[in-house]
Ligand binder design. Sequence first.
Ligand code: IMP
Length: 446
Amino acid sequence: MTVRIVLGAQFGDEAKGKIADFLAGTARIVVRSGGGPNTGHTVVLPEGPVVLHQLACGVLRHGVTAISGPGMVLQPFKLEDELRALDERGLHRGEVVLSDRAHVILPAHELEDVWEDELRSQSDPAAALGTTKSGIGPAYADRYARWGIRLTDLSRPGALRERLGLLYATKSHLPGLPPLEEVVSRLAEVGGRLAPMIRPTEPILWDALARGESILLEGAQSALLDIDFGTYPYVTSSHPTSAGALVGSGIPPTELDEVIGVAKAYSTRVGAGPYPTEDTGERGEFLRRVGGERGATTGRARRCGWLDLVLLRYVARLNGLTSLAITKVDVLGGLDEIPVCVSYRMPDGTIVRDAPPTRADDLARAEPVYENLPGWPELHERAKERLRREGGAALPSALVRFLDFITQATDVPVRYVGYGAHRDETVDLGPTAPRARRSPLAAWSG
Ligand code: IMP
């Protein structure tokens, strides 16, 4: 039995949907514990690609329970659409359970998300966060203000009307707010349709722990978008860290076995915010084109750049990573040299290796110091076939050196290597040695 967390170790979109799906093959339960429809986890099945937004990837496997957990904010109408689309394709295979404690994203939250980002950009165009406009920030804000609506409230129209009245009292500034009565009746209706799936999810997890079953916590968004440890204010409103995954599911920390961080062999970011290794030139364009770097939720072109080991080291420590999954190595195949950022030179000349500056404006001024590592050949179909057959033994030697370099820099072994979009295009290098002692911090900027 194992309890594993798989989480994004960069700014999102690291192909963690694919790695989560790979790991779900040995899990009985998969749990999403934070975020909501801002997520787009792509899994490429033999039947074609599927993008999951609010459902855990266990839904794609027979005999697996897919929990949308207490820490999430769910948009019930979009959730119904997602389920319907899976049903129509015959891909709804696992059992779906929705935590009764998860909060509801209301039409008011979606309006407010747009209104807030416009407000930010009125004072300064660079201040807009470029959110996914799915109502995430406002829904979490109301959750913490303690007038949020939870899935459990949908089954009690009287209490729902009362709570919604309280929440509506704070929203009169929003243009186009739908009438309260209309929202109450639509929510009660959708609540009725989803009711068979809504229940307490903690006992399901605790029973599974007692029976020794494997549980996978599927992170959404990524550690550098964490509300506290990310590049604030250019972050999401949840905790996409290992600690956040436990809080958002109800699994005690003492049960945790493994934390797998997923990082691309390069990097991308959608939305605004500092990004030291962004490459706005031709090579960035190459990464966007070859990597197919477009947002799975919003369709926005992703900003592209190189692997940043300063940020990855920070994420490794913050989350207690026990192993890394490095994805999309095929995208870099055929390049002579691959730049990897090993430290930052700050405007005052200091060199930072171990931690990004706390302030977003300071991070934006960090100048990346690169080391160029030798590239590996393109991974054509024959090379991929060998990887499928022989696993790690078929990895090109320059790629093995690249992976070793990451391990040296982060003190975290690379266990999984993703070399294509398909479900089976992942090499598992096998269980990793017990975690070595972390090397001491070289420098800490604040
Ligand atoms: P929000 O989560 O919609 O509030 O967006 C806040 C920031 O997080 C924006 O820069 C988004 O582009 C980014 N973001 C949110 N969810 C994801 C994701 O799943 N992948 C990548 N970026 C995301």
